[in-house]
Design a binder for this molecule. Sequence first.
Ligand SMILES: NC(=O)c1ccc[n+]([C@@H]2O[C@H](COP(=O)([O-])OP(=O)(O)OC[C@H]3O[C@@H](n4cnc5c(N)ncnc54)[C@H](OP(=O)(O)O)[C@@H]3O)[C@@H](O)[C@H]2O)c1
Length: 316
Amino acid sequence: MATFAELSTKAKMPILGLGTWKSSPNKVKEAVKVAIDAGYRHIDCAYIYQNENEVGEAIQEKIQEKVVKREDLFIVSKLWCTFFERKLVKEACRKTLKDLKLDYLDVYLIHWPQGFQAGKDLFPKDDKGNNLISKETFLDAWEVMEELVDEGLVKALGVSNFNHFQIEKILNKPGLKYKPVTNQVECHPYLTLEKLIQYCHSKGITVTAYSLLGSPDRPWAKPENPSLLEDPKIKEIAARHKKSPAQVLIRFHIQRNVVVIPKSVTPERILENFQVFDFKLSDEEMATLLSFNRNWRICVPADQANLPDYPYNADY
Ligand SMILES: NC(=O)c1ccc[n+]([C@@H]2O[C@H](COP(=O)([O-])OP(=O)(O)OC[C@H]3O[C@@H](n4cnc5c(N)ncnc54)[C@H](OP(=O)(O)O)[C@@H]3O)[C@@H](O)[C@H]2O)c1
């Protein structure tokens, strides 16, 4: 069974969860069911993944089969950034809860720090292709999200893709009621984020690592891009432990006390990715993996670099 990261609320967040971005609606239901049967208790969801309804069906079936109770599960979802207006924050959360068929979320994250103009378009642009941003900021959204906690719809709040200045803005917000419990960010041996992780941990904020296998199914992948799963040095470490490169990439985070959410819709891989509690990387192997850092990011919306709340202009 997975171990946990303790949140500042004292809740226990399973250190290993299932990612669901790019998991198509016709595959994600089976994936979540396989994962729950295998022992996963943490599922990472988001409105923008457009599959929360099917994730919810899987969760419901497993609850009805009495494989798990709701309180055994740890369900995370995310507020998309076209919903930063007061009324929309609440509507978005209720829509996610309805789709997931849940009464509450364990953590609700702000998906991305930059607010975008409200409307049907999730990436709104003008005729010239310029991004259209909202006047509401993540601080405005945070205030409404705090009400979701008070209303019992959400147990805790978090952020995603925030740099440390942006987290600091939340922590220093006058009248702050609830601190973020986690910052979900891209992290792997090519992007090791020492400073950001140290900062978050020093503030009692856990870090959750995404695209930790290198997100090989990302739509913009190019053959010339580096591949974590094919890296000969990572393969060598894996062979030494009779494990797969994916298992090493997952274990790497667990040993840094970083929560990790590998995505798969393949039953054998979902099982494989959970078999990471029966081996340990040595201090030397951890140092070797950290030495592969090249600050290489997979998820970079480069056309947003000039926007006020773009997170990657800061050092960390
Ligand atoms: N907050 C954010 O902005 C943000 C951004 C990106 C991701 N995320 C979250 O983080 C999760 C993980 O990130 P990700 O989806 O980008 O990528 P990832 O987990 O790094 O990689 C997923 C890919 O790896 C393959 N895979 C999984 N296990 C494998 C194994 N054992 N061996 C070989 N290949 C394997 C999957 O294939 P199959 O599925 O075909 O098996 C899929 O193609 C997402 O699903 C999402 O929940 C959040």
